[in-house]
Design a protein around this ligand. Structure first.
Ligand SMILES: O=c1[nH]cnc2c1ncn2[C@@H]1O[C@H](CO)[C@@H](O)[C@H]1O
Length: 374
């Protein structure tokens, strides 16, 4: 895989390129919902993304390019066949497909290129800050040395900040299905290899058959090392998983948290303690965690006073991108431009970004609303 520097937008080009939906194939974008009437406003709005997976952000072009190097792989080499490959019968099927793409990343150069290209797609959407969920275990167990992996992602992070006006940070997550050995490797990567951009410790993958409490010692150690706790919970199992994440893993933010809506006491707790949920509406439909967008509990969260941010999760795999998700949120919550700007400010405020980065981006949002709001 090679980077074509001539495709890299300059920082000033980002501001003026609101129509670019480069993170996914535009024909497929919005397979699960209509384009928003606010699409133009959203495209130029400076935003933060707090829940987005590293490999799950690989564009169809990168995925098919990688697949063509490994003819035996199940992943299609033709980008136009990817939409069908990325149609999931259920969450378990989604994870199986996700791991087949992870399998195509074989060396540190792949990691560096992938990370930089993901950053470039984000910058074209006017994302100014992103916490990318990275699973070092998946690469280390496929033979990429941990030190090389860290060097690759850090190199991409520093280049993105220099070239793309995008501040990147990492959440290292345990792929839950791989159990304690994966947790050990992830904790070692987070605490011994400790790259400068790392801000949080997470837990992803399936929830069924993967109880959160088994990872208590790993989260305790990560938190003692100064990392924030941001596990997935309540995406595919009920509210008890969210309680476990809060009470056992010390969660400061919850990935998805969708089924919290089933438990009024949990909603009150989240509101009282101002624990944000990282909501990814289209993802929940694509993995069939929620049956229909109309059934999505986003508006119930907001009504209960639970803080939320809007995120894209694995955008090309779900035929979406962050701008499209903001349009979906506007529809679900009945927002206008000023409400969309509030949503963008929430994304920044709930992030683990340095304070100066937060105030800079919030000021950019304020000024964008002043000049582009109705
Ligand atoms: O929506 C999601 N929920 C949970 N895990 C996910 C999701 N998207 C990507 N991953 C990724 O699945 C891998 C296998 O556990 C992990 O690397 C996790 O980051």
């Amino acid at each position: 895989m090679t980077v074509d520097p001539s495709n890299a937008p300059s920082a000033s080009a980002n501001v003026a390129a609101p129509q670019a939906y480069v993170a996914t194939s535009s024909a497929e974008l919005g397979r699960f919902s209509r384009p928003s009437k606010y699409a133009g406003f959203i495209a130029g709005l400076p935003k933060a993304e707090l829940h987005v997976h590293h490999v799950g952000s690989a564009s169809p072009r990168i995925v098919s390019e990688l697949a063509s190097r490994y003819p035996g792989a199940p992943v299609p080499t033709d980008p136009s066949k990817l939409a069908e490959y990325f149609t999931f019968s259920d969450f378990a099927h989604f994870i199986e497909v996700y791991l087949s793409v992870v399998d195509l990343i074989r060396d540190a150069e792949d990691v560096r290129t992938l990370t930089y290209e993901v950053a470039r797609d984000m910058a074209a959407l006017n994302i100014r800050y992103a916490e990318l969920t990275v699973s070092p275990y998946s690469s280390i167990r496929r033979g990429i040395p941990g030190e090389q992996f860290m060097e690759a992602i850090e190199d991409a992070r520093v280049s993105a900040e220099r070239d793309l006006d995008l501040v990147l940070r990492w959440c290292f997550d345990i792929p839950g299905e791989a159990g304690i050995p994966a947790a050990d490797v992830t904790l070692d990567a987070a605490t011994r290899l400790a790259p400068a951009g790392l801000v949080s410790f997470g837990l992803g993958g399936p929830e069924i058959g993967v109880p959160r409490p088994q990872f208590k010692a790993h989260f305790d150690a990560a938190r003692a090392a100064g990392l924030h706790s941001a596990p997935h919970a309540g995406e595919t199992t009920g509210p008890q998983t969210v309680w476990d994440a809060l009470q056992v893993l010390g969660a400061e933010r919850i990935g998805h948290g969708t089924t919290s809506a089933q438990d009024p006491a949990l909603l009150s707790y989240l509101a009282e303690h101002q624990i944000p949920l990282e909501v990814c509406p289209t993802s929940n439909i694509a993995t069939r965690a929620v049956a229909r967008l109309e059934d999505h509990p986003l508006s119930a969260f907001v009504a209960a006073g639970v803080p939320v941010s809007i995120n894209s999760d694995d955008p090309p795999m779900f035929s979406t991108d962050l701008n499209h998700e903001y349009g979906v949120a506007a529809e679900l919550l009945g927002l206008d431009e000023s409400g969309l700007a509030d949503l963008a400010r929430n994304g920044v405020r709930h992030s683990f970004a340095p304070d100066d980065v937060k105030s800079r981006i919030v000021a950019e949002i304020d000024s964008y609303l002043n000049t582009h709001g109705r």
